[in-house]
Design a protein around this ligand. Structure first.
Ligand code: 6PG
Length: 495
């Protein structure tokens, strides 16, 4: 569109894939938008796209001053650049032209403390600030992402109408809500990504077991995943996996998925999630297992030589022996149930991490509402998020998803299948760290008594750390070694 003398309702700086698509989405919803990028060819590219995709009200600007001044006051400027230093640089370039009451909205995968620092810096100049998680990749940004804005409530109110229109729409509203103060929007997006890591790991394990123990071909896997996507596992990640299995390799025989190097990349949000879980003393073993697996997958050459060394040491192909006599149909159904149960444990971990952080920071996060805005637009969107929403609506103080009566029943119903899959995978030597971590989490959480009594006794023996008793109040210390020697000196155990 030709530059208009009328001012734009909003601005967006940073026109890489996400920025371009979000800007086009905003323009398409009828909000005139100014766009800016340091490399100006990106501005032209976005303006061309706006023209070709329906003459959308999108206006290219070629320097920070013109960009800022082309926006109605109080101004709202979304920035979508790489997290970290580029965000600071973009803020610095725009700040000279912004005025008190204007707002900056960072839509990147930013570390929440950076957002909190920037909120403080911006407020010194009367500038409002939002850190907004944006999920859904390229397609989500263009047609409806899930948005997680946190920070200044005033800044949110100024753009609420826009965000509600551009976000993905589901049966119970747009996939956006004001998350809370400070860096809460970024934190929630970070945990979303941690859960995303867990989901992807669990799906890859289901694939591994079905392929190597069940002997399923890619076309069978595509059919099974499509079928799963019509039931309780219905989700974006299951759907795209079904599609992935169908794609032929254009450079050779078979399907492309088999030609992809087995090394997973990452940008950091999953690692932050695990670090935060440790900081807050929240067990998140499924998410941690998914992170560890990415690290181990990265050691491709080392794994190849380990395979050689262990083969020479006598390691044989143990899959073969387990594979014979497998009831394929039963295995598929068992894996489906194991995947579902493992997934619930992973979400329970993510939700508990969010609650712990919310308590620490006073963010007052509404877990049911977070599950709701993840129902559409984002990478972890799934039908069962509606049930998670309802679980927290039934009881906002739910200690864990695992003790919600509905989820508890489902876990119990699925545990036999889950144990069979994990047991089978262990005997076949197919590692399923995510499913094992989820199952161990479940078994640890549901047991009223754990062997932690022995750990406490050991700590007291070597460090006088004291222990509590099950049958009386107080903290105790025992001279374990002395008493044990005395006992030895008395009656011998074996005589
Ligand atoms: C999303 C995704 C998106 C991106 C992650 C993946 O919600 O749209 O999570 O943010 O895919 O950065 O992170 P890794 O590169 O670490 O897998």
């Amino acid at each position: 569109m030709e530059a208009s003398p009328a001012l734009s309702r909003i601005g967006l700086a940073g026109l890489a894939v996400m920025g371009q698509n979000l800007a086009l989405n905003i323009a398409e919803k009828g909000f005139p938008i100014s766009v800016y990028n340091r490399t100006t060819s990106k501005v032209d590219e976005t303006v061309d796209r706006a023209h070709n995709e329906g003459n959308l009200p999108l206006f290219g600007q070629y320097n920070p001053r013109d960009f800022v001044l082309s926006i109605q006051r109080p101004r709202s400027v979304i920035i979508l650049v790489k997290a970290g230093l580029p965000v600071d640089q973009t803020i610095a370039a725009l700040s000279d032209h912004l005025e008190p009451g204007d707002a900056i909205i960072d839509g990147g995968n930013e570390w929440y403390e950076n957002t909190e620092r920037r909120i403080a810096q911006a407020s010194e100049r009367g500038i409002l600030y939002l850190g907004m998680g944006v999920s859904g990749g390229e397609d989500g940004a263009r047609h409806g992402p899930s948005l997680m804005p946190g920070g200044s409530f005033q800044a949110y109110s100024n753009v609420e109408d826009i965000l509600k229109k551009v976000a993905a729409q589901v049966d119970d509203g747009p996939c956006v809500t004001y998350i809370g103060e400070g860096g809460s929007g970024n934190f929630v997006k970070m945990v979303h990504n941690g859960i995303e890591y867990g989901d992807m790991q669990l799906i890859s394990e289901a694939y591994d077991v079905l392929k190597h123990v069940g002997g399923l071909s890619n076309s069978e896997l595509a059919a099974i995943f499509s079928e799963w996507n019509r039931g309780e596992l219905e989700s974006f990640l299951i759907e795209i996996s079904a599609d992935i299995f169908k794609v032929k390799d254009e450079h050779g025989d078979g399907e492309l998925v088999d030609k992809i190097l087995d090394k997973t990349g990452m940008k950091g949000t999953g690692k932050w999630t695990v670090q935060q879980a440790a900081e807050l003393s929240i067990a998140a073993p499924t998410i941690a297992a998914s992170l560890d697996c990415r690290y181990l997958s990265g050691l491709k050459e080392e794994r190849e030589s380990a395979a050689e060394v262990l083969k020479e040491a006598g390691m044989t192909d143990i899959v073969g022996s387990v594979r014979s006599g497998i009831d394929k149909k039963k295995l598929i159904e068992d894996v489906r149930q194991a995947l579902y149960a493992s997934k619930i444990c992973s979400y329970a971990q993510g939700m508990n991490l969010l609650r712990a952080k919310s308590l620490e920071k006073g963010w007052n996060l509404n877990l049911g509402e977070l599950a709701r805005i993840w129902k559409g637009g984002c990478i972890i969107r799934a039908v069962f998020l509606d049930r998670i929403k309802k679980a927290y609506q039934r009881n906002p103080n739910l200690a864990s998803l695992l003790v919600d009566p509905e989820f508890a029943r489902e876990m119990v119903q699925r545990q036999a299948a889950w144990r069979r899959v994990v047991g089978l995978a262990i005997s076949a030597g197919i590692s399923t760290p995510g499913m094992c971590a989820s199952l161990a989490y479940f078994d640890t959480y549901r047991r009223a008594r754990l062997p932690a009594n022995l750990v406490q006794a050991q700590r007291d023996l070597f460090g006088a750390h004291t222990y509590e008793r099950v049958d009386r109040q107080g903290s105790y210390h025992t001279e374990w070694t002395k008493l044990a020697r005395n006992a030895d000196a008395g009656v011998g155990i074996f005589n």
